[in-house]
Design a protein around this ligand. Structure first.
Ligand SMILES: C[S@@+](CC[C@H](N)C(=O)[O-])C[C@H]1O[C@@H](n2cnc3c(N)ncnc32)[C@H](O)[C@@H]1O
Length: 208
């Protein structure tokens, strides 16, 4: 690719998340936790410590905290963390301002679950292997990742993400070095407009 064209693509990928929160350009903000996360928590309550990368304003974090587990939500956008912290506490939730790709050492191996929802699809595709390494690094051996992957975002033809689309073989390829797949399914309930565009997975962190 010519240098100029490559610069254009990289600029499009390096989203200024803080700017998007400040200007209210947040189509992902639905005002409530993802229905598939709520449904999963009812069926299979999580135990131990839970990490939610790219937590935004914290709806998923609070739904998890309401089930009486300790949850840490992380986001790179200060305004998202401020909005999350402004909500009444529902349980053992905490919010951290930070970069998933520069996590503090004390988070290494510290979690029993990671909950993924529209963070993987927000990361530039060139950083997908780094995303997988980062979420694997915070899990204990045998820890689980519950994911609602946004596979085929509703984009205009030629429009560039985020969200960046993906597909099942690509997910298999990226997660296989660190995870085995326990379950996968298409969520029965989701936000309006995302029907059949998502895939849920429970992945288990390999011990080595
Ligand atoms: C599409 S939004 C989804 C937010 C939230 N999961 C939701 O569904 O409401 C992606 C989020 O990931 C955050 N994010 C992007 N890159 C990040 C990084 N490197 N570390 C932490 N958070 C990041 C953004 O600030 C944004 O809040």
């Amino acid at each position: 690719m010519e240098r100029g064209a490559r610069d254009d693509v990289e600029t499009a990928m390096n989203t200024d998340w803080e700017q998007r929160y400040r200007t209210g350009d947040m189509p992902w903000e639905k005002g409530a936790a993802h229905p598939a996360i709520v449904e999963f928590l009812q069926r299979e309550p999580m135990r131990g410590r839970v990490f939610v990368p790219g937590c935004g304003t914290g709806h998923d974090v609070r739904a998890i905290a309401a089930t009486a587990v300790e949850v840490v939500g992380l986001d790179i956008a200060p305004s998202a963390i401020t909005a999350a912290k402004s909500q009444p506490l529902v349980g053992g939730e905490r919010y951290l301002l930070g970069d998933l790709f520069a996590l503090p050492a004390e988070m290494r191996g510290a979690f029993d679950w990671v909950v993924e929802h529209t963070c993987f699809c927000a990361i530039p595709p060139t950083m997908r292997a780094d995303y997988v390494r980062a979420v694997a690094s915070v899990l204990k051996p045998g820890g689980r990742l519950f994911a609602v992957f946004y596979m085929t975002p509703d984009m205009e033809s030629g429009e560039q993400g985020p969200p960046f689309g993906t597909n099942a073989p690509e997910l298999d390829k990226f997660f296989a070095p660190y995870f085995t797949t326990e379950k996968k399914w298409v969520p029965a309930t989701t936000y309006a407009g995302r029907e059949k565009r998502e895939l849920c997975r429970v992945l288990v962190r390999r011990s080595s």
